[in-house]
Structure formats: structure tokens, C-alpha cells
Ligand binder design. Sequence first.
Ligand code: FAD
Length: 273
Amino acid sequence: MSYDVLVIGGGPAGLSAAVNVRARGRSVLVVSNSDTENPLYRAERVDNYPGLPGVTGPELLEALHRHAEAAGASFLEGRALSAMRMGETWYVSVGSDMVDALSVVLAAGVSRGKKFPGEAAFLGRGVSYCATCDGMLYRGRPVAVLGYSESARREGEFLREIGCAVTYFDRPKQCTITGGDRVESVTCDGVTVPAEGVFILRPTLAPTDLFPELTVENGHVIVDRRMATNLPGLFAAGDCTGGPLQAVKAAGEGLVAGQSAAAYAAEVLRAQK
Ligand SMILES: Cc1cc2nc3c(=O)[nH]c(=O)nc-3n(C[C@H](O)[C@H](O)[C@H](O)COP(=O)(O)OP(=O)(O)OC[C@H]3O[C@@H](n4cnc5c(N)ncnc54)[C@H](O)[C@@H]3O)c2cc1C
């Protein structure tokens, strides 16, 4: 699937970006977890979104979603897991799919939750963020799933179906991953189990997990006035760029990032002619 612009995150920033990419006549795909995994979904009442006093979080999200859909944006539900740029194109893996675009708007909100001891050290050596991508490597072996997202239980079931011996930890607070060359065991909230694979399934990844070369400060993506990051063709908007963590700030930045990403894609296409 190829698009002019890819938006990662379906909150106010991402949906506003998508509307504004469409307003510039460019194609756009929004990749996101389901609306129920958006923080705004938990807001009983939003009183500071201009023009819509007293709207509930779910109502606001639905209105933004409908607007982007009516503008002609495409949607793909799932988690973006990694991104890389080859030539003038960004390739982003979403579960076991791959999508590509000339420019990307990162609008993934804030990633809450710290990394566990051993998580970064064993990433790719037993630690994985995607059961459908890496599950087959662990057929017939003991694995642990650390589930924090709605889809985590389904991913745990998938691992069981393909023959992994699964221990499921439901939203554990403290975990430590240990091993030698590769993962050997995990301890969560005082319970230790042997595990050759540890699947950590959070709804949100840190910006630098997706884009390792991205410049961040205190976890926030550094952007300029056009919402451009340090990486070519990559723009960012919303909570991921820092406070105030509010929906209208996210939507405003989404507008700028959407316009900038559309202009960037148009420039690449012009140069290719
Ligand atoms: C309980 C509560 C009440 C709030 N009340 C208010 C209020 O009254 N007024 C106000 O202005 N703000 C309020 N907020 C804050 C507001 O929700 C955020 O500021 C706003 O949602 C940020 O928008 P965003 O688009 O930047 O990110 P988000 O809305 O967080 O959207 C990001 C989306 O991207 C998804 N995502 C993240 N990583 C990936 C990935 N790798 N692949 C696919 N999808 C991904 C996330 O699941 C999420 O759905 C509230 C927040 C909470 C939690």
C-alpha cells in the first residue's frame, strides 16, 4: 500500500493532519490503534475544545474520525512497529503488513510507562513488540506476554495456537528480563518464569523505538515551526512534541504537520518527473 503521506496515530493531531493532507489533494493513510485505546476516549467531558463545550472524549474522537473519513483519508487499524527510509520513501511495518509513503506525520501521543530492566538490552534477542511478526521463531518454546493493550490477549492466544507455551501477565507493574546471550527468564511482580521470548505489548511505542535516529529531549520530539523533525520527510505533532498535553494544541499542530507533509510529498513527486 503506497500513499503520499502516512500518519501514525489516530488522535486529534493525526486526524487533523489527515484532514489537511486531503485538503492539499494528497493521499493519506492513518495507522492507529482503535479509538478505545486513545487517552481522549477516557475523558468524560472536554470543556476547552473551542466550539464544542462539554463534548465527551469519545464524541470528540468520533467527530474527528468522521471528518477525516469524509475528507477521503484511508485507515488501517494496528500498531506501527518500525520505520525505515530507503531512497525517497518511508516504509513502516504495521503488524505483519508493510505500508509506504513519501512523508510521515508522527502523531502517536505520549508513551507512558518506562522500559523494564533488560528490555532494551535484549531487544531482538528474545524481546519483541510484535507477536504476529516474531511468534513463529518461538514455536514449541516458553514465552511470556506482558499485555497492556486491548489486542494483547488476542496476540497471546495467537502464540498459543501456533504452539508456544505462553505465560500471560496482565498489565504487570514491575518486570525484569534476564538471560545470557538471549533471554532466559522474566520476573514480573515477584513471579519468575522461564521464557525464551518476551512479548511486550503496549499500545504506544516511544518515538525513538520507531525512528531510532530521531532527535528527542526528555522523550519529546524536537520540531521546528513547520513541525519538521531532524529526519527528512518526517513531521511530528501533538502530545509527542511536548506540553501542553491538550487536544486543541494537538489538532493545531496536526494542521501544520499535515500541510508540511503534503508539501514535502508534492516536492518529491515534482522532482521525480
Ligand atoms: C482522562 C483524560 C482526560 C483528558 N481531558 C482533556 C480535556 O478535557 N481537554 C484536553 O484538551 N485534553 C484532555 N486530555 C488530553 C488529550 O487526550 C490529549 O492531549 C490528546 O488526545 C493528544 O492528542 P494526540 O493526537 O497528540 O495523541 P493521542 O490522542 O494520544 O493519539 C495518539 C494515538 O496514536 C495511537 N498510537 C500510539 N502509538 C502507536 C503506534 N505505534 N501505532 C499505531 N497507533 C499508535 C495511540 O493508541 C492513540 O490512539 C485528557 C486526557 C486524559 C487521559
